[in-house]
Design a protein around this ligand. Structure first.
Ligand code: FDA
Length: 507
Protein backbone atom coordinates (compact mmCIF):
# COMPACT_ATOMS: atom_id res chain seq x y z
CA UNK A 1 0.00 0.00 0.00
CA UNK A 2 1.21 3.49 -0.79
CA UNK A 3 2.49 5.76 1.90
CA UNK A 4 0.54 9.02 1.88
CA UNK A 5 2.08 12.40 2.66
CA UNK A 6 0.74 11.99 6.19
CA UNK A 7 2.42 8.59 6.49
CA UNK A 8 5.72 10.07 5.30
CA UNK A 9 5.48 12.75 7.97
CA UNK A 10 4.71 10.10 10.54
CA UNK A 11 7.67 8.03 9.33
CA UNK A 12 10.02 11.01 9.71
CA UNK A 13 8.53 11.75 13.12
CA UNK A 14 9.02 8.12 14.15
CA UNK A 15 12.70 8.29 13.13
CA UNK A 16 13.33 11.50 14.99
CA UNK A 17 12.35 9.89 18.30
CA UNK A 18 15.60 7.85 18.20
CA UNK A 19 17.84 9.33 15.51
CA UNK A 20 19.42 12.80 15.76
CA UNK A 21 18.00 15.13 13.12
CA UNK A 22 21.43 15.91 11.65
CA UNK A 23 21.54 12.27 10.46
CA UNK A 24 18.24 12.54 8.59
CA UNK A 25 18.22 14.42 5.28
CA UNK A 26 15.10 15.16 3.26
CA UNK A 27 14.78 17.06 -0.04
CA UNK A 28 14.08 20.14 2.12
CA UNK A 29 17.37 19.96 4.06
CA UNK A 30 20.65 21.44 2.76
CA UNK A 31 22.85 18.33 2.73
CA UNK A 32 20.37 16.05 0.98
CA UNK A 33 21.93 16.13 -2.50
CA UNK A 34 25.50 15.84 -1.24
CA UNK A 35 24.58 12.81 0.84
CA UNK A 36 22.58 11.19 -1.97
CA UNK A 37 25.50 11.63 -4.38
CA UNK A 38 28.20 10.76 -1.84
CA UNK A 39 28.50 7.12 -2.94
CA UNK A 40 26.12 7.01 -5.90
CA UNK A 41 28.34 5.47 -8.57
CA UNK A 42 26.30 5.26 -11.73
CA UNK A 43 25.35 8.58 -13.32
CA UNK A 44 22.54 6.83 -15.21
CA UNK A 45 20.66 6.65 -11.91
CA UNK A 46 21.11 10.19 -10.70
CA UNK A 47 19.58 11.93 -13.72
CA UNK A 48 16.90 14.52 -12.91
CA UNK A 49 14.08 12.14 -13.90
CA UNK A 50 15.23 9.33 -11.57
CA UNK A 51 12.95 8.95 -8.56
CA UNK A 52 14.64 10.26 -5.43
CA UNK A 53 14.36 9.00 -1.87
CA UNK A 54 12.01 10.87 0.47
CA UNK A 55 14.73 10.76 3.08
CA UNK A 56 18.25 9.50 3.67
CA UNK A 57 19.24 8.18 7.06
CA UNK A 58 23.00 8.26 7.66
CA UNK A 59 23.12 5.67 10.44
CA UNK A 60 25.98 5.88 12.90
CA UNK A 61 24.73 3.25 15.35
CA UNK A 62 23.16 -0.16 14.97
CA UNK A 63 20.07 1.12 16.80
CA UNK A 64 19.50 3.68 14.01
CA UNK A 65 19.14 0.81 11.57
CA UNK A 66 16.66 -0.97 13.82
CA UNK A 67 14.63 2.22 14.25
CA UNK A 68 14.57 2.92 10.50
CA UNK A 69 13.30 -0.59 9.72
CA UNK A 70 10.66 -0.48 12.46
CA UNK A 71 9.43 2.99 11.44
CA UNK A 72 9.39 1.96 7.77
CA UNK A 73 7.31 -1.10 8.55
CA UNK A 74 4.93 0.82 10.75
CA UNK A 75 4.29 3.64 8.28
CA UNK A 76 4.54 1.79 4.97
CA UNK A 77 7.77 3.40 3.77
CA UNK A 78 10.19 1.06 2.02
CA UNK A 79 13.88 1.20 2.78
CA UNK A 80 16.76 0.85 0.33
CA UNK A 81 20.01 -0.17 2.00
CA UNK A 82 23.25 1.35 0.76
CA UNK A 83 26.78 0.39 1.77
CA UNK A 84 29.25 1.31 -0.99
CA UNK A 85 26.74 2.38 -3.65
CA UNK A 86 28.42 0.30 -6.39
CA UNK A 87 25.35 -1.58 -7.54
CA UNK A 88 25.58 -1.64 -11.36
CA UNK A 89 21.91 -0.67 -11.61
CA UNK A 90 21.86 1.84 -8.76
CA UNK A 91 19.40 -0.21 -6.71
CA UNK A 92 20.77 1.04 -3.39
CA UNK A 93 19.77 4.66 -4.03
CA UNK A 94 17.43 4.84 -7.01
CA UNK A 95 14.28 3.06 -7.95
CA UNK A 96 12.91 2.39 -11.38
CA UNK A 97 10.31 0.06 -10.04
CA UNK A 98 8.93 1.77 -6.96
CA UNK A 99 8.65 4.81 -9.21
CA UNK A 100 6.45 2.77 -11.53
CA UNK A 101 4.23 1.94 -8.57
CA UNK A 102 4.65 5.46 -7.23
CA UNK A 103 5.87 4.04 -3.91
CA UNK A 104 8.01 6.37 -1.82
CA UNK A 105 11.22 4.99 -0.32
CA UNK A 106 13.97 6.04 2.05
CA UNK A 107 17.68 5.25 1.78
CA UNK A 108 19.43 3.79 4.79
CA UNK A 109 23.05 4.78 4.26
CA UNK A 110 25.59 2.66 6.13
CA UNK A 111 28.75 4.46 4.96
CA UNK A 112 29.53 5.64 8.50
CA UNK A 113 29.24 2.14 9.96
CA UNK A 114 32.71 1.16 8.85
CA UNK A 115 34.61 -0.19 11.86
CA UNK A 116 37.14 -2.95 11.20
CA UNK A 117 38.73 -5.13 13.90
CA UNK A 118 41.43 -7.50 12.73
CA UNK A 119 42.57 -10.34 14.99
CA UNK A 120 45.74 -11.59 13.30
CA UNK A 121 46.34 -14.32 15.90
CA UNK A 122 43.00 -15.97 15.07
CA UNK A 123 43.18 -14.96 11.39
CA UNK A 124 39.74 -13.38 11.67
CA UNK A 125 38.21 -9.92 11.37
CA UNK A 126 34.91 -8.20 12.08
CA UNK A 127 34.09 -5.66 9.42
CA UNK A 128 31.06 -3.40 9.23
CA UNK A 129 29.09 -3.19 5.99
CA UNK A 130 29.86 0.48 5.34
CA UNK A 131 33.61 -0.18 5.12
CA UNK A 132 35.12 -0.45 1.65
CA UNK A 133 37.22 -3.29 0.27
CA UNK A 134 40.21 -0.92 0.23
CA UNK A 135 39.77 -0.14 3.93
CA UNK A 136 39.59 -3.84 4.76
CA UNK A 137 42.68 -4.62 2.67
CA UNK A 138 44.55 -1.78 4.32
CA UNK A 139 43.58 -2.92 7.82
CA UNK A 140 44.54 -6.55 7.12
CA UNK A 141 47.85 -5.46 5.58
CA UNK A 142 48.60 -3.25 8.59
CA UNK A 143 47.92 -6.07 11.05
CA UNK A 144 49.86 -8.82 9.29
CA UNK A 145 52.11 -9.32 6.28
CA UNK A 146 51.05 -12.94 5.85
CA UNK A 147 47.25 -12.66 5.83
CA UNK A 148 44.88 -11.57 3.11
CA UNK A 149 41.17 -11.56 2.31
CA UNK A 150 39.56 -12.80 -0.91
CA UNK A 151 37.42 -10.06 -2.45
CA UNK A 152 37.07 -7.90 -5.55
CA UNK A 153 39.46 -5.56 -7.28
CA UNK A 154 37.87 -2.12 -6.92
CA UNK A 155 38.86 -0.57 -3.54
CA UNK A 156 35.75 1.63 -3.26
CA UNK A 157 33.25 -1.26 -3.46
CA UNK A 158 31.27 -1.59 -0.21
CA UNK A 159 31.52 -4.62 2.05
CA UNK A 160 27.73 -4.77 2.53
CA UNK A 161 26.69 -5.35 -1.07
CA UNK A 162 29.84 -7.23 -2.05
CA UNK A 163 29.63 -9.95 0.61
CA UNK A 164 25.83 -10.19 0.24
CA UNK A 165 26.26 -11.08 -3.44
CA UNK A 166 29.41 -13.23 -3.33
CA UNK A 167 32.63 -11.26 -3.85
CA UNK A 168 34.96 -12.44 -6.61
CA UNK A 169 38.60 -11.45 -6.95
CA UNK A 170 42.22 -12.40 -7.37
CA UNK A 171 42.24 -14.93 -4.49
CA UNK A 172 39.07 -16.75 -5.59
CA UNK A 173 40.90 -19.61 -7.32
CA UNK A 174 42.74 -20.39 -4.10
CA UNK A 175 40.23 -19.43 -1.39
CA UNK A 176 36.83 -18.94 -3.05
CA UNK A 177 34.56 -15.92 -2.78
CA UNK A 178 34.36 -13.45 0.07
CA UNK A 179 31.05 -15.10 0.97
CA UNK A 180 32.80 -18.48 1.26
CA UNK A 181 34.90 -16.95 4.03
CA UNK A 182 32.16 -15.46 6.21
CA UNK A 183 31.98 -17.00 9.69
CA UNK A 184 29.28 -14.93 11.38
CA UNK A 185 27.20 -11.80 10.79
CA UNK A 186 24.97 -9.28 12.55
CA UNK A 187 21.66 -8.74 10.79
CA UNK A 188 18.63 -6.54 11.42
CA UNK A 189 15.52 -8.39 10.24
CA UNK A 190 12.22 -7.03 8.91
CA UNK A 191 10.93 -6.67 12.48
CA UNK A 192 13.94 -4.60 13.49
CA UNK A 193 15.50 -7.39 15.58
CA UNK A 194 19.28 -7.71 15.79
CA UNK A 195 20.54 -11.26 15.28
CA UNK A 196 23.83 -13.11 14.94
CA UNK A 197 24.55 -16.48 13.33
CA UNK A 198 23.25 -18.55 16.20
CA UNK A 199 20.06 -16.52 16.67
CA UNK A 200 19.30 -16.10 12.96
CA UNK A 201 19.78 -19.78 12.17
CA UNK A 202 21.61 -21.50 9.34
CA UNK A 203 19.02 -20.85 6.62
CA UNK A 204 19.20 -17.07 6.86
CA UNK A 205 22.96 -17.28 7.38
CA UNK A 206 23.16 -19.27 4.12
CA UNK A 207 20.99 -16.77 2.22
CA UNK A 208 22.95 -13.64 3.15
CA UNK A 209 26.19 -15.17 1.82
CA UNK A 210 25.53 -14.71 -1.90
CA UNK A 211 21.75 -14.36 -2.23
CA UNK A 212 22.13 -10.69 -3.15
CA UNK A 213 21.63 -7.59 -1.01
CA UNK A 214 18.35 -6.13 0.23
CA UNK A 215 16.03 -9.19 0.22
CA UNK A 216 16.49 -10.58 3.73
CA UNK A 217 17.38 -7.75 6.06
CA UNK A 218 20.18 -5.32 6.75
CA UNK A 219 23.56 -6.89 7.40
CA UNK A 220 25.42 -4.61 9.79
CA UNK A 221 28.64 -6.46 10.20
CA UNK A 222 30.50 -9.58 9.11
CA UNK A 223 33.00 -11.87 10.80
CA UNK A 224 35.38 -13.12 8.14
CA UNK A 225 38.17 -15.67 7.90
CA UNK A 226 41.49 -14.21 6.81
CA UNK A 227 43.62 -16.43 4.60
CA UNK A 228 47.36 -17.14 4.53
CA UNK A 229 49.39 -15.39 1.83
CA UNK A 230 53.17 -15.31 1.34
CA UNK A 231 54.97 -12.17 2.52
CA UNK A 232 56.04 -11.62 -1.07
CA UNK A 233 53.73 -12.18 -4.01
CA UNK A 234 54.29 -11.37 -7.68
CA UNK A 235 52.16 -9.39 -10.12
CA UNK A 236 52.54 -8.57 -13.79
CA UNK A 237 50.70 -6.80 -16.55
CA UNK A 238 51.52 -7.76 -20.14
CA UNK A 239 49.80 -5.95 -22.99
CA UNK A 240 49.44 -7.43 -26.47
CA UNK A 241 47.81 -5.90 -29.53
CA UNK A 242 46.16 -7.79 -32.35
CA UNK A 243 49.37 -7.93 -34.35
CA UNK A 244 51.19 -9.23 -31.29
CA UNK A 245 48.95 -12.31 -31.32
CA UNK A 246 46.36 -11.01 -28.84
CA UNK A 247 43.66 -13.21 -30.34
CA UNK A 248 45.74 -16.41 -30.29
CA UNK A 249 46.74 -15.63 -26.70
CA UNK A 250 43.15 -15.12 -25.55
CA UNK A 251 42.15 -18.33 -27.31
CA UNK A 252 44.80 -20.28 -25.43
CA UNK A 253 44.19 -18.39 -22.15
CA UNK A 254 40.62 -19.76 -22.02
CA UNK A 255 41.86 -23.26 -21.24
CA UNK A 256 45.15 -22.39 -19.60
CA UNK A 257 43.99 -19.92 -16.91
CA UNK A 258 41.16 -21.96 -15.34
CA UNK A 259 43.36 -25.09 -15.25
CA UNK A 260 46.38 -23.34 -13.70
CA UNK A 261 47.63 -24.08 -10.19
CA UNK A 262 45.57 -22.27 -7.53
CA UNK A 263 48.46 -19.93 -6.73
CA UNK A 264 48.06 -18.25 -10.11
CA UNK A 265 45.27 -15.87 -11.03
CA UNK A 266 45.57 -14.55 -14.57
CA UNK A 267 42.80 -12.31 -15.91
CA UNK A 268 42.47 -10.51 -19.23
CA UNK A 269 41.17 -6.98 -19.82
CA UNK A 270 40.49 -6.12 -23.45
CA UNK A 271 40.34 -2.38 -24.04
CA UNK A 272 41.32 -0.07 -26.91
CA UNK A 273 42.07 -3.11 -29.04
CA UNK A 274 44.67 -4.41 -26.66
CA UNK A 275 44.61 -7.43 -24.38
CA UNK A 276 46.08 -6.81 -20.95
CA UNK A 277 47.09 -10.03 -19.13
CA UNK A 278 47.22 -9.26 -15.41
CA UNK A 279 48.51 -11.82 -12.93
CA UNK A 280 48.71 -12.39 -9.21
CA UNK A 281 51.00 -15.24 -8.19
CA UNK A 282 51.24 -16.36 -4.57
CA UNK A 283 54.99 -16.84 -4.75
CA UNK A 284 58.21 -15.36 -6.13
CA UNK A 285 59.03 -14.17 -9.63
CA UNK A 286 61.35 -17.06 -10.47
CA UNK A 287 58.67 -19.66 -9.79
CA UNK A 288 56.07 -17.68 -11.72
CA UNK A 289 58.43 -17.39 -14.67
CA UNK A 290 59.01 -21.15 -14.72
CA UNK A 291 55.27 -21.78 -14.50
CA UNK A 292 54.54 -19.41 -17.39
CA UNK A 293 57.34 -20.94 -19.49
CA UNK A 294 55.74 -24.33 -19.00
CA UNK A 295 52.06 -23.45 -19.33
CA UNK A 296 51.88 -20.32 -21.45
CA UNK A 297 55.20 -19.70 -23.25
CA UNK A 298 53.35 -17.92 -26.08
CA UNK A 299 52.73 -14.92 -23.80
CA UNK A 300 56.49 -14.28 -23.75
CA UNK A 301 56.60 -13.39 -20.07
CA UNK A 302 60.09 -12.55 -18.77
CA UNK A 303 61.42 -11.86 -15.28
CA UNK A 304 61.46 -8.17 -16.22
CA UNK A 305 57.67 -8.25 -16.27
CA UNK A 306 57.54 -9.22 -12.57
CA UNK A 307 56.89 -6.94 -9.67
CA UNK A 308 57.43 -8.56 -6.28
CA UNK A 309 55.23 -6.87 -3.66
CA UNK A 310 53.31 -7.52 -0.46
CA UNK A 311 49.81 -8.96 -0.83
CA UNK A 312 48.24 -5.66 0.21
CA UNK A 313 50.28 -3.85 -2.46
CA UNK A 314 48.89 -6.34 -5.00
CA UNK A 315 45.41 -5.04 -4.16
CA UNK A 316 46.66 -1.56 -5.16
CA UNK A 317 47.88 -3.07 -8.44
CA UNK A 318 44.45 -4.56 -9.21
CA UNK A 319 42.63 -1.44 -8.02
CA UNK A 320 44.67 1.16 -9.86
CA UNK A 321 46.68 -0.86 -12.45
CA UNK A 322 49.99 0.25 -10.89
CA UNK A 323 51.99 -0.89 -7.87
CA UNK A 324 53.69 2.47 -7.38
CA UNK A 325 50.60 4.15 -5.94
CA UNK A 326 50.82 4.56 -2.14
CA UNK A 327 48.90 2.10 0.02
CA UNK A 328 46.98 4.99 1.60
CA UNK A 329 45.11 5.35 -1.68
CA UNK A 330 43.15 2.26 -0.61
CA UNK A 331 41.49 4.52 1.97
CA UNK A 332 40.44 7.17 -0.52
CA UNK A 333 36.70 6.79 -0.90
CA UNK A 334 36.57 9.10 -3.89
CA UNK A 335 39.47 7.60 -5.85
CA UNK A 336 37.10 6.34 -8.52
CA UNK A 337 35.39 8.98 -10.69
CA UNK A 338 31.66 8.81 -11.27
CA UNK A 339 30.55 7.77 -14.73
CA UNK A 340 27.69 6.36 -16.73
CA UNK A 341 27.82 2.59 -16.53
CA UNK A 342 26.15 -0.39 -18.20
CA UNK A 343 27.39 -3.90 -17.67
CA UNK A 344 26.22 -7.26 -18.92
CA UNK A 345 27.97 -10.53 -18.23
CA UNK A 346 28.19 -14.20 -19.10
CA UNK A 347 29.71 -17.46 -18.02
CA UNK A 348 31.84 -19.28 -20.58
CA UNK A 349 31.86 -23.06 -20.28
CA UNK A 350 33.51 -24.12 -23.56
CA UNK A 351 36.48 -22.33 -25.09
CA UNK A 352 35.41 -19.90 -27.82
CA UNK A 353 37.19 -20.60 -31.11
CA UNK A 354 39.83 -18.37 -32.56
CA UNK A 355 37.63 -17.64 -35.58
CA UNK A 356 34.86 -16.33 -33.34
CA UNK A 357 37.34 -14.12 -31.46
CA UNK A 358 38.60 -12.81 -34.81
CA UNK A 359 35.13 -11.83 -35.86
CA UNK A 360 34.25 -10.27 -32.47
CA UNK A 361 37.43 -8.25 -32.65
CA UNK A 362 36.74 -6.94 -36.12
CA UNK A 363 33.01 -6.39 -35.83
CA UNK A 364 32.82 -5.11 -32.24
CA UNK A 365 36.09 -4.26 -30.54
CA UNK A 366 37.24 -1.92 -33.29
CA UNK A 367 34.20 0.32 -32.88
CA UNK A 368 34.85 3.60 -31.04
CA UNK A 369 32.05 2.88 -28.55
CA UNK A 370 33.48 -0.55 -27.67
CA UNK A 371 33.33 -1.44 -23.97
CA UNK A 372 35.97 -3.04 -21.79
CA UNK A 373 35.81 -6.84 -21.86
CA UNK A 374 36.87 -8.50 -18.62
CA UNK A 375 37.72 -12.20 -18.58
CA UNK A 376 38.03 -13.61 -15.06
CA UNK A 377 39.09 -17.24 -14.62
CA UNK A 378 37.35 -19.80 -12.44
CA UNK A 379 38.79 -23.22 -11.62
CA UNK A 380 40.89 -24.03 -8.60
CA UNK A 381 38.93 -24.10 -5.35
CA UNK A 382 35.92 -22.52 -7.09
CA UNK A 383 35.38 -25.86 -8.85
CA UNK A 384 35.43 -27.94 -5.70
CA UNK A 385 32.84 -25.95 -3.73
CA UNK A 386 29.37 -27.44 -4.16
CA UNK A 387 26.94 -25.19 -6.10
CA UNK A 388 24.52 -25.31 -3.16
CA UNK A 389 27.08 -24.55 -0.43
CA UNK A 390 26.13 -20.87 -0.77
CA UNK A 391 23.50 -19.23 -3.03
CA UNK A 392 26.26 -18.52 -5.62
CA UNK A 393 25.83 -21.48 -8.01
CA UNK A 394 28.53 -20.81 -10.63
CA UNK A 395 31.13 -23.38 -9.67
CA UNK A 396 32.42 -26.48 -11.50
CA UNK A 397 31.93 -26.45 -15.26
CA UNK A 398 32.62 -22.77 -15.73
CA UNK A 399 35.85 -21.66 -17.37
CA UNK A 400 35.51 -17.93 -16.84
CA UNK A 401 33.26 -14.92 -16.35
CA UNK A 402 32.98 -12.53 -19.25
CA UNK A 403 31.91 -8.95 -18.52
CA UNK A 404 30.95 -6.39 -21.15
CA UNK A 405 31.69 -3.29 -19.10
CA UNK A 406 30.82 0.05 -20.67
CA UNK A 407 31.83 3.32 -19.06
CA UNK A 408 31.19 6.75 -20.56
CA UNK A 409 31.32 10.35 -19.44
CA UNK A 410 29.36 12.21 -22.13
CA UNK A 411 25.92 13.42 -21.06
CA UNK A 412 22.83 12.89 -23.14
CA UNK A 413 20.72 10.09 -24.52
CA UNK A 414 22.61 9.73 -27.82
CA UNK A 415 25.85 8.75 -26.07
CA UNK A 416 23.96 6.45 -23.74
CA UNK A 417 22.09 4.73 -26.53
CA UNK A 418 25.23 4.16 -28.54
CA UNK A 419 27.06 2.55 -25.60
CA UNK A 420 24.14 0.53 -24.36
CA UNK A 421 23.28 -0.81 -27.78
CA UNK A 422 26.90 -1.89 -28.27
CA UNK A 423 26.76 -3.85 -24.99
CA UNK A 424 23.35 -5.33 -25.74
CA UNK A 425 24.30 -6.11 -29.33
CA UNK A 426 27.45 -8.03 -28.47
CA UNK A 427 25.62 -9.82 -25.65
CA UNK A 428 23.03 -10.99 -28.17
CA UNK A 429 25.69 -12.12 -30.60
CA UNK A 430 27.50 -14.13 -27.91
CA UNK A 431 24.52 -16.32 -27.11
CA UNK A 432 25.74 -19.45 -28.98
CA UNK A 433 29.13 -19.39 -27.21
CA UNK A 434 28.19 -18.99 -23.55
CA UNK A 435 26.26 -20.84 -20.85
CA UNK A 436 22.65 -21.59 -21.65
CA UNK A 437 19.57 -22.89 -19.89
CA UNK A 438 20.06 -20.72 -18.01
CA UNK A 439 22.32 -18.11 -19.51
CA UNK A 440 23.90 -17.65 -16.11
CA UNK A 441 24.82 -14.32 -14.50
CA UNK A 442 26.55 -13.45 -11.22
CA UNK A 443 24.15 -11.42 -9.06
CA UNK A 444 26.76 -8.81 -8.12
CA UNK A 445 26.94 -7.99 -11.84
CA UNK A 446 23.36 -6.88 -11.63
CA UNK A 447 21.55 -6.45 -14.95
CA UNK A 448 17.98 -5.17 -15.04
CA UNK A 449 17.68 -6.18 -18.72
CA UNK A 450 17.14 -9.74 -17.46
CA UNK A 451 13.77 -8.61 -16.14
CA UNK A 452 12.33 -6.87 -13.13
CA UNK A 453 9.89 -7.96 -10.46
CA UNK A 454 6.14 -7.69 -10.70
CA UNK A 455 3.67 -7.85 -7.89
CA UNK A 456 1.26 -10.69 -7.30
CA UNK A 457 -1.18 -9.20 -4.79
CA UNK A 458 0.92 -7.46 -2.16
CA UNK A 459 4.09 -9.45 -2.67
CA UNK A 460 6.60 -10.01 -5.46
CA UNK A 461 5.60 -12.69 -7.95
CA UNK A 462 7.69 -15.84 -7.50
CA UNK A 463 7.04 -17.27 -10.94
CA UNK A 464 7.89 -14.11 -12.82
CA UNK A 465 11.05 -13.56 -10.80
CA UNK A 466 12.19 -17.16 -11.28
CA UNK A 467 11.84 -17.08 -15.03
CA UNK A 468 13.11 -13.58 -15.71
CA UNK A 469 16.19 -13.34 -13.48
CA UNK A 470 16.01 -15.80 -10.55
CA UNK A 471 17.15 -18.93 -12.32
CA UNK A 472 19.91 -17.02 -14.14
CA UNK A 473 21.47 -15.66 -10.97
CA UNK A 474 20.84 -18.61 -8.67
CA UNK A 475 19.93 -21.74 -10.68
CA UNK A 476 18.70 -24.46 -8.29
CA UNK A 477 19.26 -22.26 -5.23
CA UNK A 478 16.48 -19.84 -6.14
CA UNK A 479 13.73 -21.86 -4.50
CA UNK A 480 15.63 -22.18 -1.23
CA UNK A 481 16.24 -18.43 -1.24
CA UNK A 482 12.49 -17.89 -1.67
CA UNK A 483 11.84 -20.32 1.19
CA UNK A 484 14.17 -18.32 3.44
CA UNK A 485 12.43 -15.11 2.35
CA UNK A 486 9.09 -16.66 3.31
CA UNK A 487 10.47 -17.41 6.76
CA UNK A 488 12.12 -14.09 7.50
CA UNK A 489 10.16 -11.48 5.49
CA UNK A 490 6.83 -13.02 4.40
CA UNK A 491 5.28 -9.56 3.89
CA UNK A 492 8.05 -8.66 1.43
CA UNK A 493 9.10 -5.46 3.17
CA UNK A 494 12.65 -5.59 1.79
CA UNK A 495 12.18 -5.47 -1.91
CA UNK A 496 13.57 -3.97 -5.07
CA UNK A 497 13.52 -4.61 -8.82
CA UNK A 498 15.23 -7.97 -8.38
CA UNK A 499 14.70 -8.94 -4.75
CA UNK A 500 13.95 -12.53 -3.77
CA UNK A 501 10.16 -13.10 -3.59
CA UNK A 502 8.45 -15.21 -0.94
CA UNK A 503 7.34 -18.68 -2.08
CA UNK A 504 3.76 -18.80 -3.28
CA UNK A 505 1.55 -20.78 -0.89
CA UNK A 506 1.34 -23.82 -3.20
CA UNK A 507 5.05 -24.14 -4.13
P1 FDA B 1 25.45 -0.99 -2.87
O1 FDA B 1 25.50 -0.19 -1.64
O2 FDA B 1 25.01 -0.31 -4.13
O3 FDA B 1 24.57 -2.27 -2.62
C1 FDA B 1 24.35 -3.29 -3.58
C2 FDA B 1 23.06 -4.04 -3.24
O4 FDA B 1 23.15 -4.64 -1.95
C3 FDA B 1 21.83 -3.14 -3.19
O5 FDA B 1 20.70 -3.90 -3.58
C4 FDA B 1 21.73 -2.79 -1.72
O6 FDA B 1 20.42 -2.44 -1.34
C5 FDA B 1 22.19 -4.07 -1.05
N1 FDA B 1 22.91 -3.82 0.20
C6 FDA B 1 23.96 -2.98 0.38
N2 FDA B 1 24.39 -3.05 1.64
C7 FDA B 1 23.61 -3.95 2.28
C8 FDA B 1 23.58 -4.43 3.61
N3 FDA B 1 24.44 -3.99 4.52
N4 FDA B 1 22.65 -5.35 3.95
C9 FDA B 1 21.76 -5.79 3.02
N5 FDA B 1 21.74 -5.36 1.74
C10 FDA B 1 22.67 -4.45 1.36
N6 FDA B 1 32.24 -7.52 -7.83
C11 FDA B 1 33.08 -8.56 -7.67
O7 FDA B 1 32.67 -9.63 -7.24
N7 FDA B 1 34.40 -8.42 -7.96
C12 FDA B 1 34.93 -7.25 -8.40
O8 FDA B 1 36.13 -7.16 -8.63
C13 FDA B 1 34.05 -6.13 -8.56
N8 FDA B 1 34.51 -4.93 -8.99
C14 FDA B 1 33.64 -3.87 -9.15
C15 FDA B 1 34.12 -2.63 -9.59
C16 FDA B 1 33.25 -1.54 -9.75
C17 FDA B 1 33.81 -0.22 -10.21
C18 FDA B 1 31.87 -1.71 -9.49
C19 FDA B 1 30.92 -0.55 -9.70
C20 FDA B 1 31.39 -2.94 -9.05
C21 FDA B 1 32.27 -4.03 -8.88
N9 FDA B 1 31.82 -5.27 -8.44
C22 FDA B 1 32.69 -6.32 -8.27
C23 FDA B 1 30.38 -5.47 -8.15
C24 FDA B 1 30.11 -5.30 -6.65
O9 FDA B 1 30.54 -6.44 -5.96
C25 FDA B 1 28.62 -5.13 -6.41
O10 FDA B 1 28.15 -4.02 -7.11
C26 FDA B 1 28.31 -4.98 -4.92
O11 FDA B 1 26.96 -5.32 -4.68
C27 FDA B 1 28.58 -3.58 -4.45
O12 FDA B 1 28.42 -3.46 -3.07
P2 FDA B 1 28.18 -2.00 -2.47
O13 FDA B 1 27.97 -2.13 -1.02
O14 FDA B 1 29.23 -1.07 -2.96
O15 FDA B 1 26.86 -1.60 -3.25
Amino acid sequence: SLASTAAIDEFLGCLSADIPSRLIQTPATPSYSALLLSTARNLRYILPDTSKPLGIIAATEHAHVQTTVRCGRRHGVRVRVRSGGHDYEGLSYASVHLHKHNEPFAVLDLAALRAIHVDPARAEAWVESGATLGELYYAVGSASCSLGFPAGSCPTVGIGGHLSGGGFGSLARKYGLSADNVLDALVVDADGRLMNRSTMGEDLFWAIRGGGGESFGVVLSWKVRLVPVPETVTVFSIIRSRNQSAIELITKWQEMAPASPQDLYLRVLVLNQQANFQALFLGRCGDLHRLMQYRFPELGMTEQNCQEVSWVQSTVFFGFSATSIPLKQLLNRSSNPRYYLKVKSDHVQEPISRDVWESIWTAWLEKPEAALLMLDPYGGLMSSISPSETPFPHRQGNLYQLQYYSVWYENGTAAAEKRMSWVRGLYKEMEPYVSNNPRAVYVNYRDLDLGTNELDGNVTSYDKARVSWGHKYFKGNFKRLAAVKTMVDPHDFFRNEQSIPPLPAAA
